[in-house]
Write a protein that binds this ligand. Structure first.
Ligand SMILES: [Zn+2]
Length: 272
């Protein structure tokens, strides 16, 4: 599932290529991905300008000129692609927005994921957005704030990092990477982490998410035919999906085990 660096990369692409353009036509391939009937959806969205593209946790929020917003969550498989005017739309899109430039913004595989139409004024009340924890890359997400949040917690650290109500936007890949960076084993009890480890974890979360975002994350799906950014962080992964391969720090093979129902990847020598 895409996490902050991947969604932020997609957000930047959508903003850069579609902001200010007008939706001329809507083609819906899978009505179940929407929260309103297709006719109503098309009626409200058609003719509107894309005025703003934001991210909250793993969701993209596209605001339209008529005070409505589109909220997209890719979940496990979803992705979006821009086909330039003259390019053939391939695959089996869930929904296509044809823009006044002739480009087509196509969302794919929104099966578990969704694309919801919400009055912009009601956004913050959406259950999917209302319950989210703080954004780890926000300027006001300080070390003090993080330590305060950690102080109340007792369970294992990796599942906690993935808990969207604790911090928003971290998933399996970056929880593994930040714990390797902090030299903390994924199944350590949060209450047993010492002061140095807590501080290190904070800095690793911020540093790795920033670097991964800058390099385009590890998403496999390119945004457009000229996209050279997406997936640039793949070769920087230290532990995630590297089971059996040598640790870049000590050469011991990377190991994996289930922690909190998900695969944890770690180096048993470098992490304690
Ligand atoms: Zn190691």
């Amino acid at each position: 599932m895409p996490e902050i660096p991947e969604i932020e990369t997609v957000r930047m692409h959508i903003e850069h290529k579609t902001k200010g353009k007008i939706i001329e036509k809507v083609t819906v391939g899978r009505a179940k991905a929407l929260n309103v009937p297709v006719d109503e959806f098309a009626g409200i969205v058609t003719g509107q300008q894309l005025v703003d593209v934001r991210r909250r946790a793993k969701q993209i929020i596209i605001s339209l000129s008529n005070s409505h917003s589109l909220v997209v969550h890719f979940m496990l498989e979803g992705f979006v692609r821009l086909f330039y005017s003259g390019e053939e739309v391939t695959g089996n899109p869930t929904i296509i927005f044809t823009l006044n430039s002739g480009d087509q913004l196509a969302f794919f595989k929104l099966n578990l994921g969704y694309l919801h139409l919400v009055p912009t004024v009601n956004l913050e009340a959406m259950p999917e957005l209302a319950k989210l924890g703080p954004e780890p890359l926000a300027a006001d997400f300080t070390l003090g704030k993080f330590l305060g949040l950690l102080a109340k917690r007792k369970g294992m650290i990796k599942p906690l990092l993935m808990d969207q109500e604790f911090i928003a936007g971290l998933g399996n890949v970056y929880s593994n990477e930040t714990l390797f960076c902090s030299r903390i084993m994924p199944d350590r009890k949060t209450s047993h982490l010492n002061e140095v480890e807590r501080s290190k974890l904070y800095h690793c979360i911020r540093d790795i998410l920033s670097q991964a975002t800058k390099l385009g994350g590890v998403y496999e799906e390119k945004f457009a035919s000229d996209d050279k950014l997406t997936g640039g962080f793949e070769s920087y992964l230290q532990v995630a999906y590297r089971t059996g391969q040598p640790c870049y720090g000590c050469s011991h093979p990377i190991e994996t085990k289930r922690v909190g129902g998900r695969n944890a990847f770690y180096c048993p020598v470098c992490q304690q």
